[in-house]
Design a protein around this ligand. Structure first.
Ligand SMILES: Cc1ncc(COP(=O)(O)O)c(C=O)c1O
Length: 454
């Protein structure tokens, strides 16, 4: 059965991608969910999608339903599921050599990947790469790197930030209290300041007249009352806040962060774990802001599903022998996958594609906002788009339960979505999809929003 389009487009069309054969979650999915509850640690699950296989942007669940993937495995499958080029590279590598501990021995796959990553980061300096396996580890490495080099102990991070959940990165994370509860004390030294969340300005100001107040307070307030700048090792910055709600700051804010760093000998750490790898229509999201970071952390989409992360840093900051290392970082299979991923992004022009498809999706979401009062804000860059749901456009009260219902109704119609922040929904399909795929996703979202309004 194909999903019949709603009325947003004034005509009805049979879906080309979503195909619901059993109302999800079907019997097989329910069984897996039940077993998962029994044997798997409680984490952050949001929806009972039980995947069996996937190709491009379409996920087939265990009951035979085809679902449009607007979550990309949390911004991982930028080149689409099971891209043949990535599959082939991993298969060929698996036949040659799985693992050889690149921290203690040598292989060229790591060097070649590091060279490409080092030269991709904006800025003139020579760079090196530390490979690890997850976003949080890439941040841990950056925290150690900046302390080791500066001898300074404090960090500045932002309210709404998400940098990971191991105890070091958790000390920088501030997007939900549940992430912190019962884990204190984390690593000392982190100071959180408001981010440029202009839709909900922490200071109640308007971007047109605030004079970049949220950037200015760092020097004019924090550095005057509480935080000696000469003790700050780094500012940890997501150029687009991800888990915190898909928040896109004005250019000036990011430029001001770089200027503050320059003035006080502070290092700027750019967390591109979610926004990087072409997702926003640039290789790195920070390129939208004409800023060159000192250190750039990436993970997620780098390995197209194999765990790999990279902390890319100026060669002059390299630490001494034995200061930091691991077992699996830059594992051969992960390097093969990451190298093929970079090839696909380049050869298929996925960065440009993300930019133009992103404009299309953004336009469609704006149209949706004209029909649905509950959409308080539409924001995004490239194929990193979001809608924020509110009970009332004046008060901007978060529509928390409504957001959950929209995600559930969308899933039942064949669209996989993820929440972000308190009441936003992120739309992050693979960069390889086409306009019809995006339109179909928007049609289903429209139907789900109508359902919630009933
Ligand atoms: C911006 C950002 N940094 C770090 C992380 C942590 O990455 P991981 O879950 O791979 O540890 C995430 C995960 O969502 C993220 O979005």
């Amino acid at each position: 059965m194909g999903y019949i389009a709603g009325t947003l487009f004034g005509w009805e069309s049979m879906a080309r991608y979503a195909n619901i054969v059993v109302e999800p979650p079907g019997p097989r999915a329910r069984k897996v969910v039940e077993q998962d509850r029994r044997y798997i640690a409680t984490t952050t699950k949001t929806s009972p999608v039980v995947a069996e296989s996937a190709s491009g942007g379409v996920v087939r669940d265990v009951d035979g339903n085809d679902l449009l993937d607007f979550a990309s495995g949390i911004a991982v499958m930028n080149v689409g599921h099971s891209h043949p080029r990535v599959v082939k590279a991993v298969q060929e590598q698996a036949e040659r050599l799985f693992h050889f501990a690149g921290t203690d021995f040598y292989y060229s796959a790591q060097v070649d990947l590091a060279r490409r990553l080092a030269s991709s980061v904006p800025g003139q300096c020579e760079r090196k790469v530390f490979f690890s396996n997850s976003g949080t580890e890439s941040i841990e490495a950056a925290m150690k790197l900046v302390r080791w080099n500066t001898g300074r102990e404090r960090f500045i991070a932002f309210l709404g930030a998400f940098h990971g959940r191991t105890l070091g990165s958790l000390s920088l994370t501030a997007s939900r209290p549940v992430q912190q509860e019962r884990f204190f004390p984390t690593v000392p030294g982190a100071v959180h300041v408001p981010y440029a969340y202009c839709y909900r300005c922490a200071y109640g100001m308007e971007p047109s007249s605030c004079g970049a107040h949220c950037a200015r307070v760092i020097e004019e307030v924090y550095f005057q009352y509480n935080v000696p700048p000469e003790e700050v090792a780094a500012i940890f910055l997501e150029p687009v806040q991800g888990e915190g709600g898909y928040i896109f700051p004005p250019k000036q804010f990011i430029k001001d962060m770089a200027a503050i760093c320059r003035r006080h000998g502070i290092l700027l750490v750019d967390d591109e774990v979610q926004a990087g790898m072409g997702r926003t229509g640039r290789m790195w999201a920070i390129e939208h802001f004409d800023v060159a970071p000192d250190i750039l952390c990436t993970a997620k989409a780098l390995g197209s599903g194999l765990p790999i992360a990279a902390t890319i840093f100026p060669a002059r900051l390299d630490m001494g022998h034995g200061a930091h290392s691991n077992t699996f970082g830059g594992n051969l299979l992960a390097c093969a996958s990451a190298t093929a991923t970079l090839d696909v992004i380049e050869e298929e022009g996925l960065i440009e594609r993300a930019a133009s498809l992103g404009e299309h999706l953004h336009r469609r979401l704006k149209e949706l906002a004209e029909l649905h009062e509950i959409i308080g804000d539409v924001r995004g860059l490239g194929l990193m788009q979001a809608i924020e749901l509110v009970k009332d456009r004046e008060t901007k009260e978060h529509a928390v339960m409504e957001r959950e219902s929209v995600i559930t109704h969308a899933y039942k119609r064949g669209l996989i979505l993820l929440p972000a922040g308190r009441s936003a929904i992120r739309l992050i399909p693979p960069l390889t999809v086409d306009k019809d795929f995006l339109d179909e996703g928007v049609e289903i979202l429209d139907a789900a929003l109508r359902e919630v309004r009933k």
